[in-house]
Design a binder for this molecule. Structure first.
Ligand code: PMP
Ligand code: GLU
Length: 401
């Protein structure tokens, strides 16, 4: 008999779609992949070289559990200079990707049965990670007219005596929405009043097209104390396969995370840590360049979507996703269980374009497109989406077309 845990978790939809795309491509099909959030850039040269150099220097033995000192020093410097957050070395734990940092944090602060609040739409893995640690995910409805952002008033409605943690993604995956300082304060003050920890996932923080991004932990000393800041290198430095992320938290939580990590993985791959170190120290220009390109693509995709009928979208101010509202099409589409899942399946089968169903993020009227790919691909993908929507609307007697 396997663990009950397996019967309550769903494998990652984003990873699943991307695996399916790989299989289809291997079988000779030409697929446009707008599903997974994986930058189409390579790891910056100086960062690669730092990893190679570390291997040549035989830096291959067990090392410190929270990560090598020079990397944590560089992370502290980054958090102070760029995010106005003053963390010390023993408050940083480097992990094997942000996923590992988040599960470590969940293990460190929750007990079985504790509730973890997730504003909808939420990134696919939060709910499943929460279940893996035997805590209870509590999805919270948010308001479409406010770009699905959480507010203090909404938060209050979901707090119980079991609430332990709020997970907030800023900028958001899948919407690309970015919170203002006032919006964050509104949320954080409720958490302070109710003894709720905040996991602030800031992995897309660098990929932000507005200057309004503020780190949760920079708001005040008290807020910093209840916040676990999560960040990583996968998105900002195009290092998805290098598997490097980190948490910054108060000393007590960091110590707990270290104790857990010491048993589960010891420390992340040393070569990856040297790559991340150089990415932070020497590759600012490369990273800025990637963001300029994402911004150009965001503008392009938005103007293309504006020319299409029957759809709406959340205007993305960060990350590299666009969350598209297909509620106008839903009534004309034949589906049995989930509109967005079946819409995406049929779109992939008929038009060879992979996108992610909104249901994976808790909202079934939407689909998510990633523009971390070549502009030719997403423009062609959108043309095909337009064709697919037209087919659906034309085939329906109640068609608005
Ligand atoms: N947080 C969010 C919001 C994400 O979209 C992702 C996906 N990469 C992660 C965390 C995990 O990042 P990593 O690849 O570093 O584990
Ligand atoms: N986080 C990215 C996404 O949402 C990568 C896939 C994953 O790890 O979920 O597509």
């Amino acid at each position: 008999m396997l663990s009950n845990r397996l019967s309550i978790i769903t494998p990652s939809v984003t990873v699943g779609i991307s695996t399916k795309v790989k299989e289809l491509k291997d079988s000779g099909k030409k697929i446009i992949n707008l599903s997974i959030g994986e930058p189409d850039f390579n790891v910056p040269e100086k960062a690669k070289y730092s990893g190679i150099e570390s291997l040549n220097n035989d830096e291959t033995k067990y090392n410190l559990v929270p990560g090598i000192t020079i990397l944590r020093e560089e992370i502290c410097k980054k958090l102070l200079d760029e995010n106005n957050c003053d963390y010390s070395l023993d408050e940083i734990v480097v992990s094997s990707g942000a996923k590992n940092a988040i599960t470590n944090a969940l293990l460190a602060v929750t007990d079985p049965g504790d509730e973890v609040l997730l504003p909808k739409p939420y990134w696919v893995s939060y709910s499943e990670m929460t279940k893996i640690v035997n805590a209870i995910p509590v999805p919270m409805n948010t308001d479409k007219s406010n770009d699905f952002k959480l507010t203090g008033d909404i938060l209050k409605k979901y707090i119980t005596n079991k609430t332990k943690l709020l997970i907030l993604t800023n900028p958001s995956n899948p919407t690309g929405a970015v919170y203002t300082k006032e919006e964050l304060l509104d949320i954080a003050n409720i958490c302070l009043e109710n003894n709720i920890y905040i996991l602030s996932d800031e992995i897309y923080e660098k990929i932000c097209y507005t200057d309004k991004f503020v780190s949760m932990a920079s708001l005040s000393k008290e807020i910093k104390d209840i916040t676990i800041t999560i960040n990583g290198f996968a998105k900002s430095a195009a290092m998805t396969g290098i598997r490097l992320g980190y948490s910054a938290s108060n000393k007590e939580i960091a110590k707990g995370i270290c104790a857990i990590q010491g048993h589960l993985v010891s420390h992340p791959c040393l070569t990856s840590q040297y790559i991340g170190y150089a990415a932070l120290r020497d590759c600012k220009k490369d990273l800025d360049n990637m963001v300029d390109i994402y911004k150009y693509r965001r503008d392009l995709i938005v103007s293309k979507l504006d020319s299409m009928t029957n759809i709406r979208y959340i205007y993305p101010e960060g990350a590299f996703y666009i969350f598209i509202d297909l509620s106008k099409i839903k009534d004309n589409f034949n589906f049995s269980e989930s509109f967005s899942v079946e819409f995406c399946e049929e779109f992939l089968n008929k038009h060879n374009v992979a996108i992610v169903p909104g249901l994976a993020f808790g909202i079934d009227d939407y689909v998510r497109i990633s523009y971390a790919c070549d502009e030719k691909d997403f423009l062609e993908g959108l043309n095909r989406l337009n064709d697919f929507i037209s087919e659906i609307m034309v085939s329906c007697p109640n068609s608005a077309l």
